[in-house]
Ligand binder design. Structure first.
Ligand SMILES: [Zn+2]
Length: 393
């Protein structure tokens, strides 16, 4: 591994102090001019090394931690662009579903696609994510919709090589099952599959709070974190159930009930907000400002999936979050670096610029405030993951 000197940045994004697992006051992140030296794959100095093998001139730009995308639905097969056009031109979701759309369409595509083709698509997406600064990502199962299909997805997800594989075995109730009957299969899948976390989609069209409670017991038995897709389209009051079950994160929250905000903010449970899904689905807007003000562990992710959020770019997600939640650039950056790393149980190794941490770094060609402001532009000029792994061509 070479020694890399990132030299002369206008801003280096630094935590208020070393060793914090997450930030409840993300505005306390510091932005200071400086340089960073990478050696042996770790952050070796917050300074320039004149003898470095590789020098990247960051003049006028910023050095920030590599982005952590802790909520994606990779791997999946194909896209659903025709469905998106139907949706925005006013075709009701029930009609789209009746024509075979929705999660069922992705499940069908997956079943009809070879392992090699599924992995090739996922790796191409993964390369695009890297070029937008994502150095760590999570993958979920969920489009298998059968015991064999889900076990296949666990295997494919492992092969893709994310930092964490989440078993979203309770994504949609497969044909021929009722929710409770499928939860028996989920119980067996969780006991047998090699996953790093368990996840469930709680919504009127999917699973119920009692299934969430049951998955919490399964996750405790298996010794893995519980995560949950909740309050996306309706206030189902799933947050208290998730908190009682000890969830690591509750994701979506566009319809978070006001009474559940303070308990969530006080809990050691992340609020994972997905503004790409909110925007493209014309959903409600999660109370991002109120969550930060209340001290919640706020997180941003792409929710990359072929249905509701075909989004790979965390810079774009930061732009949406800043505008729609009323966040500062610093608050948005904390949400997709250190706080997202905590969701994956990795914030002791990645997520912030600290001596000895893994050298996952992104070089921006502008100060961080330009990132949300010049909306939709990719400001990433170099990505370091131990070594330089990507540079603007
Ligand atoms: Zn999701």
């Amino acid at each position: 591994m070479s020694t890399v000197s990132l030299r002369g940045a206008a801003q280096v994004l630094l935590p208020p102090e070393d060793g914090l697992p997450y930030l409840r006051r993300p505005g306390e992140l510091r932005l200071e001019p400086g340089s960073v030296t990478v050696s042996g794959g770790v952050i070796a100095a917050l300074d320039d090394d004149p003898a470095a093998d590789v020098v990247i001139d960051v003049a006028g730009g910023a050095i920030v931690p590599g982005f952590v995308d802790c909520h994606t639905h990779l791997p999946f097969a194909g896209w659903r662009a025709e469905e998106y056009e139907q949706k925005v031109t006013g075709v009701p979701y029930e009609d789209i579903a009746r024509r075979g759309g929705g999660i069922a369409a992705s499940a069908r595509a997956l079943a009809e696609t070879s392992d090699e083709a599924v992995l090739a698509q996922a790796r191409a997406i993964r390369a695009e994510m890297l070029a937008h600064g994502t150095t760590t990502f999570e993958a979920k199962t969920g489009y298998g919709l059968s015991v064999e299909g889900e076990l296949r997805l666990v295997r494919l997800a492992r092969e893709l090589g994310p930092a964490a594989v989440t078993g979203l075995f309770a994504h949609a109730v497969p044909p021929g099952y009722r929710a409770a009957g499928w939860m028996d299969e989920v119980d067996r899948l969780a006991a047998q599959a090699d996953v790093d976390a368990l996840d469930i989609y709680v919504e009127s069209v999917a699973f119920r709070n009692e299934d969430l409670d049951r998955l919490g017991a399964i996750a405790r038995r298996e010794g893995v974190p519980l995560r949950a897709h909740v309050e996306q389209f309706n206030a189902n009051r799933s947050v208290p159930v998730a908190l009682a079950a000890g969830a690591r994160s509750v994701d979506h929250l566009a319809c978070l009930h006001p009474d559940d905000l303070a308990p969530l903010a006080a809990a050691e449970c992340a609020a994972v907000l997905l503004p790409g899904a909110e925007f493209l689905g014309a959903e409600e807007t999660a109370p991002g400002r109120a969550l930060v003000d209340a001290g919640a562990i706020c997180v941003l992710a792409t929710d990359c999936n072929p249905g509701t959020s075909p989004v790979i770019s965390l810079p774009l997600v930061i732009g949406l979050a800043v505008r729609r939640y009323g966040w500062s650039a610093r608050e948005a950056l904390a949400a997709c670096t250190l706080n997202a790393a905590w969701v994956l149980g990795m914030s002791d190794r990645i997520g912030s610029i600290e001596l000895g941490k893994r050298a996952d770094l992104v070089v921006l060609d502008t100060p961080v405030e330009h990132l949300p402001y010049r909306f939709g532009r990719n400001p990433v000029r170099a990505v370091i993951a131990g070594d330089v792994v990507w540079q603007w061509p």
